[in-house]
Design a protein around this ligand. Sequence first.
Ligand SMILES: C[S@@+](CC[C@H](N)C(=O)[O-])C[C@H]1O[C@@H](n2cnc3c(N)ncnc32)[C@H](O)[C@@H]1O
Length: 275
Amino acid sequence: MNKKRFILFLKNTHYSNILEKKHILRKKTTSIIKEFDQVKYKNLIKNSKKLKLKKDIFNYDKIFFNKDLLQILYKNKIKNISLKNYLALNFKILKEYIHKYKKNGENFIEVGCGYGSNLVRFSKDKKISFKKFIGIDLSLTGLKIINKINSKIITVAGDFYKLQRLNFPIKQSLIISNCFMMYKSHNLNSIKKFLLLQPEYIIILEPIYEFNLKKTFYHSLVRKYFKINDYSKNIFKTLKKAERKKLIKIIKIKKNLFSHNPLLPLSLIVIKRFK
Ligand SMILES: C[S@@+](CC[C@H](N)C(=O)[O-])C[C@H]1O[C@@H](n2cnc3c(N)ncnc32)[C@H](O)[C@@H]1O
């Protein structure tokens, strides 16, 4: 995208301070808990009580995003889109691949499921029939919201990367990771944690630093944004390493599909467990 147009666009968003910012915000587990559990999801619960919400996840999304209209980057263009359509787009992309790779899946697991914006939707979708829906997150508050909306979803609280095993048997799962892996610098051990959950497939929709290495103005800002916010810069590199070690196989890549935050374009990667 043209540099002038992009700067103009940024100036209308709250991401414009990236142009001056230098200080790096380190992402430690404690700061992640603070950001989500103690601030974002606590506010969500508080505001949802005031509004006497029904058990509808979109009502929670509306409070969480706090706006009806978004400007997103889609196919390299700035696009005005309603919150409803933006969430539908995210859902559609995940759903397409969940359908394709469901195979014998018994368990649908979302790691870093937050307050369940994806998980609750998938658990209610008639065309996606898994025996169990499981959500794992650091935030007890996020999981509390999920259980309030759908008590059948199994929630597991804690640091995913410290998980030893689940306290119930698990086989043939399909895992999704949407804006979760971005909070950690990865290594083979973090990838092996996913394999503990017996996935046949893992569907990743995350910002991938290594897909933004071009020497353009836009990509240099994206890289700066990753660095300043201490987001993962090695998801793809670590997945490739795990592939060389024959732990997984990368079977699909779609680079920089769309982004709600213009500086964090989301890419899709589908992984198959190596048999
Ligand atoms: C940006 S939110 C994404 C939520 C959800 N996947 C979605 O797309 O709506 C990131 C979530 O990852 C969780 N998270 C980050 N690091 C985690 C970890 N090590 N273990 C478990 N959850 C984690 C946070 O608590 C937060 O709820």
